[in-house]
Write a protein that binds this ligand. Sequence first.
Ligand code: PBG
Ligand code: ZN
Length: 323
Amino acid sequence: MLFPDYRPRRLRQSKAFRRMVRETELSVNDLILPLFAVEGKDVKNPISSMPGHFQLSVDHIVQTAEEAHGLGIPAVILFGIPSDKDSLATQAYKKDGIVQKTISAIKERIPDLAVITDVCLCGYTDHGHCGIVNGQIIDNDATLDLLAKIAVSHAKAGADMVAPSDMMDGRVAEIRDGLDENNFSHIPIMAYSAKYCSAYYGPFRQAAESAPQFGDRRTYQMDPANAVEAIREATLDIEEGADIIMVKPALSYLDIIYRLREETDLPIAAYNVSGEFSMIKAAEQLGWMDGTAVMLETLTSIKRAGADMILTYFAIDAAKAIG
Ligand code: PBG
Ligand code: ZN
């Protein structure tokens, strides 16, 4: 049927009709809130490029986690900023490391809130790379054992899920083995499977103090020009035992989310990264766009592309806006 017999506007004429035919519904259930943990007490250092976000000491993180839980957000993901860094990231798997302490504090106060942890070296190494450095080379195989150690230390502290973001080859299998050998076969792995080498991570590196001190991450993170390779990466992670696969960043990579949705029946997470958040906040502060409307449109588009869950610095704002 064609115009004038068929008129698509008929089903857009009222709010009720629009609600009835809406295909995608953003829900608070979809949101995961990233948090940055620092040592100390009563510390709340604003992250200038990410308005409303802070490096928080454990006491404040628990408060923010409580707010998120109260709004119905099911999970947080933790990033640690240790007081000391070294070439081997030893602070990353310490029993009383910053993330380990934060996990137990949150789980003690809010047992129902899922605590996911980012598993990587870059926040803990003095060189800022996601793997062990050998000369100028990032040594893949030497890194795997450490990643498994970090994941196990998080699980011991009470983490509900681990999320490796390093992009070393073979890490999912190594982490799965490590968890299983330590009686954590029930802990799922959310793999940053298609993690691109993106300039959108800029504000995060300021927040996490994790910028590489030499070179860049091109030898391990994916080339933004590649899409088929994302399928290969995700396939490997799934074969190695990933429970959830992630695409990161989200907004410039909606096609990747869509392709992976066609390829796999595993849940897909999308990381609406720091730069994507900062751009919208900046435009809002300049009075150039309606920040809340753009936030909701953006998050809805990520879901429409095929993501089941979204890691986003907008989690609290969005939960409030959805109501
Ligand atoms: C570290 C890590 C990064 C992010 C999450 N984990 C940054 C990076 O790879 O440099 C980015 C998150 C964001 O920008 O919001 N492996
Ligand atoms: Zn890293």
